[in-house]
Design a protein around this ligand. Structure first.
Ligand code: NAD
Length: 470
């Protein structure tokens, strides 16, 4: 548990009035879920769907919510609000959006989740239509900042025009609802992501597969994002502590066998972790010449990798004027070169299976930049370029490659930050608190899920809508 005294004090009956009187940030405890995915993820949740104009997704959304056990309501407290704004492409529709969402807000529960869906403005040729679709980005990001004080979130998925031109199968939306519509995404807010459902989406009635479940094999070559194979094996680097250990635990909960890699000095922690979750450990410096071969050999024993999480990372902070070449080189070596070298080896040896999910740990420093972190920010921005190009390269094999960009997460890395800076970093977001390693692990488990094929070449920020790089 993070040592966040303000969070505890602000939610204590005596503390709350004092925190209010002093004008301090008032974080709310976030409702979280980190259990394995089930077939009925929205069971017991009160879900309202708001439809703007023609709302072409309305029926698909209703089916998708019902298939996950959500209770569809139009009165009383709302835990999940889904807004089909895919027809919101004129000024009158924007006004309807404003009024319809406004009318639900008084009924929104603490810690609720709002998910908006819009058409991709980049697909629209008529300037005013594109403008109105783009307006949804600003609307969502402002709404999420307003909801933060209630521990609630808002996120936006944009869908391609060609997807909306034909009926959308409910099953192609379920993956998004299972994550953004419930407490698994508690620390994700203000995010805009492209959701590109596979053109040959599966039958609406088909139940969703958990990460570790087997699926019927497909006879055809997989299309971008589709995953005909079960997720059985994973690689997690930097698994000895922090986000890496939380991720290894989370993937193991889905039934995956995890290869846990970290520095030789962390061997005891790796032994403890693998005796808890099973899998295998490899205590090796990722920068060493033998690391790619040893990882490939372990991956071969696993029969190939279905999930790759490049999590290991280091900081060597110094302003650019004072930074040594060694500080620059070591950060580039761990945070960037090691990933490319390991991927090269696995590619050459054919150890990344079709339909796999690859996830690189970037950072909001790679988006916003940070004084004293030119080396780190460059390496983390580089990973964003890396996943985009690699996603293109691997798309025909049904493999997705995405980045997760954490904000301030309560780990050993952030405990090393001086007190005042640490406190500022922790509060500078819409939810006024730091995230937990489990929040990042949950985002990784979401991207690793078979039904997350519609997300590819994206950056998912796990930052409570950090004001940095917003
Ligand atoms: P951490 O320092 O707690 O853990 C990183 C792990 O990587 C450690 O166990 C370390 O031993 C391992 N590692 C480092 N160099 C290695 C090498 N050469 N070979 C093998 N293992 C090596 O860090 P964390 O906070 O859990 O961060 C995990 C990832 O998330 C990193 O890539 C980090 O840059 C990124 N990130 C973290 C935060 C945050 O707030 N904690 C924010 C943004 C991004």
């Amino acid at each position: 548990m993070p040592d966040d005294r303000l969070l505890a004090f602000a939610n204590h009956p005596w503390g709350r009035p004092i925190v209010e009187a002093l004008g301090l940030p008032q974080p709310r405890p976030l409702p979280r879920r980190a259990d394995a995915y089930g077939d009925r993820e929205l069971e017991g949740r009160r879900v309202q769907i708001v439809a703007i104009g023609e709302a072409p997704l309305r029926e698909a959304l209703r089916h998708a919510v019902a298939s996950q056990g959500g209770e569809l309501i139009d009165s009383g407290g709302v835990q999940t609000l889904i807004v089909d704004a895919t027809a919101c492409v004129d000024i009158a529709a924007l006004r309807a959006l404003f009024q319809q969402v406004q009318s639900v807000l008084p009924r929104l529960s603490l810690g609720a989740h709002v998910l908006l869906l819009a058409e991709d403005a980049g697909d629209l040729a008529v300037p005013l239509r594109a403008a109105c679709a783009q307006a949804l980005h600003g609307f969502t990001r402002s709404l999420s900042k307003e909801l933060g004080r209630r521990g609630a979130t808002a996120n936006l998925l944009v869908l391609p025009s060609r997807t909306l031109a034909t009926p959308v199968a409910p099953s192609s939306l379920v993956g998004a609802l299972r994550y953004f519509g419930n407490d698994r995404s508690a620390y994700i807010s203000g995010q805009v992501l492209a959701w590109r459902p596979h053109e040959h989406a599966t039958d609406p009635a088909e139940p969703q597969r958990p990460l570790g479940a087997t699926a019927a094999p497909s006879a055809t070559t997989p299309a971008a994002g589709s995953n005909p194979r079960p997720m059985k094996t994973a690689l997690v680097t930097g698994a000895a502590g922090g986000i890496g250990a939380a991720t290894a635990r989370r993937l193991a909960r889905e039934g995956l066998r995890v290869l846990c890699v970290d520095m030789p000095a962390t061997k005891d922690a790796l032994i403890a972790l693998t005796s808890e979750i099973g899998g295998e450990l490899l205590a090796i410096d990722l920068v060493s010449a033998e690391a790619p071969h040893k990882i490939a050999a372990a991956a071969a024993r696993f029969g190939g990798l279905e999930v790759l999480v490049h999590n290991a990372g280091i900081t060597r902070d110094r302003t650019l004027t004072r930074m040594s070449a060694a500080e620059w080189d070591s950060v580039m070596a761990v945070n960037l070169s090691a990933i490319a070298t390991i991927d090269d080896r696995l590619d050459i040896d054919g150890l990344i299976v079709d339909g796999a999910r690859e996830i690189c740990l970037s950072s909001i420093s790679g988006i916003a930049g940070n004084a004293g972190q030119t080396n780190y920010s460059a390496s983390k921005a580089a990973l964003i370029g890396y996943v985009r190009a690699r996603a293109d390269e691997l798309a025909t094999r049904g493999i997705t490659v995405n980045a997760v960009a954490p904000g301030f997460i309560e780990t050993a890395m952030t405990r090393r930050i001086p007190l005042m800076l640490r406190e500022a970093g922790r509060r500078l977001n819409a939810l006024k608190q730091g995230g937990r390693p489990e929040d990042v692990a949950e985002a990784i488990a979401f991207l690793a899920a078979p039904e997350s094929g519609p997300i590819n070449a994206q950056v998912l920020r796990v930052c409570g809508q950090s004001l940095l790089g917003a």
